[in-house]
Design a protein around this ligand. Structure first.
Ligand SMILES: [Zn+2]
Length: 353
C-alpha cells in the first residue's frame, strides 16, 4: 500500500527485461478527464508482453523511460475533473484506450478509431492510453482518462470481463463491416483474444457454422476454449484449405500462412475480414488478381467504433466471458502474470492493481 497521495505503479524504468513496482503521485484529473480507480488490467500479448520482455520492436521507447503501460482495463470512477458532465463518481466502467479529438470528420462519423487529429507514439500512429509516451497507463492504482472514453459496465459484468469488452468490440466490428447474414458459415484464424471475440460475435449474430483454425501451440488450451465458446469445429492451419469454402473468413492471427489459407477458403463473392496485423519489415503479398477473379471483398478492421461499443455492451450481460478471462494475479505478483502470458495460459491474463 502506497503512502498518502501516492499510488503503486508497475513501470519499466530501464532498457531490459522486466518491470518494477514503484510509487507515483495519485494523478489529479484535468479538464474533461476523470480519474479511474483501476480494478483489472489485461496483459496484451502484442503490447505489454513484448514491452515487458523488451523485444526489439519496443526499443524505441528507451529515451522515454520510465513508462507505465496498461491499455485494456476496467475500474471505478474515482474523481471527476472540471468540465465533465454525466459522471459523478462510483460508476463501474470499461475504457476505450484510443484518444480521439471528437471534432474531425471520422470522429463526427462515429469512427474515432480513425481520428486524424490525435497522433501518437503507438505502432498505429495514434494516441492511446498506456501506449503513448505522453499518456500513462493503467498498470497503476489510478489513471486519468478523457471522460468521452468511458463506457458504464452493465450490471452483472465483472471488472475482469470489463477488460475483455474492448476486445469483444473488435470481433463485433469485424462481423458488422462484412456482408455476414444470419445462417452464414464463418472461419476464423487465430484463437487469441481477437479471434475468440470474432467467434463470439459470429455466434451471437447467428452463424450456422464456425470453424476456428489454430496452430500447434493452440491445441492444448485455446482450441478447446474455442469449442467451449461455440466453434462447431476446430482445425490446425497445417491441415490446409477448407474442404467447403466459407461465406466470411476472419483472419485474426497476423500470420502469413493464415492469409494464404484464407485466399483458398472463401467462396466466390465472399468476404475476407482482416483483424490481425502482420509484423515484420517486409509485410505480406496479397494475390489481388485472385481477389478480382473471385470478387472477394476485403474489410480491414482497426480497433472499434462507437457503434461496436454500443452493440458489445448490449450483448455483454448475456454472454459468459469467463472462459476467456484469466488467470488473474495481484499486480504485486506481476512476474507470475507475465510468465503466464508468455506461456499462453488461458486467453486474457489480468492483473489487479
Ligand atoms: Zn478525431
Amino acid at each position: 500500500m502506497a503512502a498518502e497521495n501516492q499510488m503503486t505503479v508497475l513501470e519499466k524504468r530501464e532498457a531490459g527485461e522486466g518491470m518494477t513496482l514503484g510509487e507515483r503521485p495519485v494523478p489529479t484529473p484535468g479538464e474533461g478527464e476523470v480519474r479511474i480507480a483501476v480494478k483489472s488490467v489485461g496483459i496484451d500479448g502484442g503490447v505489454e508482453g513484448p514491452f515487458y520482455r523488451w523485444e526489439e520492436s519496443y526499443h524505441r521507447y528507451e529515451p522515454h523511460l520510465p513508462q507505465v503501460f496498461g491499455h485494456e482495463f476496467a475500474g471505478v470512477v474515482d474523481a471527476v475533473g472540471p468540465g465533465v458532465d454525466g459522471w459523478s463518481g462510483g460508476e463501474r466502467v470499461a475504457v476505450e484506450p484510443r484518444i480521439s479529438c471528437g471534432r474531425c470528420r471520422n470522429c463526427r462519423d462515429g469512427r474515432s478509431n480513425l481520428c486524424t487529429e490525435e497522433t501518437g507514439f503507438s505502432p498505429h500512429g495514434r494516441k492511446a492510453i498506456g501506449i503513448d509516451t505522453e499518456v500513462p497507463g493503467a498498470l497503476a492504482e489510478y489513471v486519468n482518462v478523457p471522460a468521452r472514453n468511458l463506457y458504464e459496465l452493465p450490471e452483472g459484468v465483472t471488472f475482469d470481463e470489463g477488460v475483455f469488452l474492448e476486445l469483444l468490440a473488435i470481433g463485433v466490428h469485424g462481423i458488422d463491416v462484412s456482408s455476414f447474414g444470419v445462417g452464414d458459415r464463418v472461419a476464423i484464424t487465430g484463437p487469441g483474444s481477437a479471434g475468440l471475440s470474432a467467434l463470439i460475435a459470429a455466434r451471437e449474430a447467428g452463424a450456422s457454422e464456425i470453424v476456428m483454425i489454430g496452430a500447434d501451440v493452440d491445441e492444448g488450451t485455446r482450441l478447446p476454449i474455442a469449442r467451449e465458446m461455440g466453434a462447431t469445429s476446430t482445425r490446425n492451419v497445417a491441415d490446409g484449405p477448407l474442404d467447403d469454402p466459407v461465406d466470411v473468413f476472419l483472419e485474426a492471427s497476423g500470420h502469413e500462412s493464415a492469409l494464404h489459407l484464407a485466399e483458398s477458403s472463401i467462396r466466390p463473392g465472399g468476404d475476407h475480414v482482416q483483424i490481425g496485423v502482420y509484423h515484420g519489415a517486409d509485410g505480406v503479398s496479397v494475390d489481388f488478381n485472385g481477389l478480382v477473379n473471385e470478387e472477394i471483398t476485403v474489410h480491414p478492421v482497426n480497433a472499434r467504433r462507437e457503434s461496436d461499443w454500443r452493440r458489445t455492451l448490449a450483448m455483454a450481460p448475456s454472454v459468459d466471458l469467463s472462459p476467456v478471462v484469466g488467470p488473474a494475479f495481484d499486480m504485486t505478483d506481476y512476474e507470475d502474470g507475465f510468465a503466464a502470458e508468455a506461456a499462453r495460459e488461458g486467453v486474457k491474463v489480468v492483473l489487479h492493481p
